[in-house]
Design a protein around this ligand. Structure first.
Ligand code: ADP
Length: 170
């Protein structure tokens, strides 16, 4: 059984095998957690993202999918880039949000990563309400079959950490 933790912190500082990036489909960097990862990880990550884009994802990485690069100067060994759905009040895009966690764990398994840190995918610029984003994240991590030993949900602020902790305790 995979252990699941929720902490407050900066994902770029996590000493884990792999950190997950809430990337955009271009794989060419963006704001939020994506910007922080490229800023602190250095140009090597972006160069690998470009190569992946040129070889496989000319039209962009589809929403819900995940791909890995190395992690440049970050303490982690790998960055797993996944593209969250933009929140919509009209259609339920939560299956795509769950795909992000599931596919990231699958990529982690392929890499042989034992410890993985996740940001709260889609809950920033992409507008997903935080409480539901946390529920989707924790439920999907709990329900996914994986060899990963520990998944850490890294929340950027204390209220979200407290909420995640509360949901985990149930
Ligand atoms: P998206 O475009 O998928 O919404 P964002 O990067 O805008 O992605 O936001 C996703 C979540 O990551 C938000 O809750 C945001 O507060 C958080 N976040 C931003 N920077 C960091 C960071 N350095 N470490 C961890 N979480 C972060």
């Amino acid at each position: 059984m995979m252990q699941i933790d929720a902490i407050r912190g900066d994902i770029t500082e996590q000493q884990v095998d792999a950190i997950v990036n809430a990337a955009n489909s271009s794989l060419l960097g963006g704001g939020g957690v994506d910007g922080a990862i490229h800023r602190r990880g250095g140009p090597e990550i972006l160069a690998e993202c470009r190569a992946l884009r040129d070889s496989h994802y000319g039209k962009g990485l589809p929403t819900g999918q995940a791909v890995a690069t190395t992690a440049g100067r970050l303490p982690a060994r790998w960055v797993i880039h996944t593209v969250g759905p933009v929140y919509s009040t009209g259609t339920d895009r939560s299956p795509l949000l769950r795909d992000c966690y599931r596919n990231s764990l699958r990529v982690a398994d392929e890499l042989g990563a034992a410890t993985v840190a996740f940001p709260l995918v889609s809950a920033g610029v992409y507008g997903w309400p935080a409480e539901d984003a946390i529920r989707q994240a924790l439920n999907t991590l709990r329900d996914t079959e994986t060899a990963v030993e520990r998944a850490t949900l890294v929340l950027f602020d204390e209220p979200k950490r407290a909420l995640a902790q509360q949901l985990l305790a149930r």
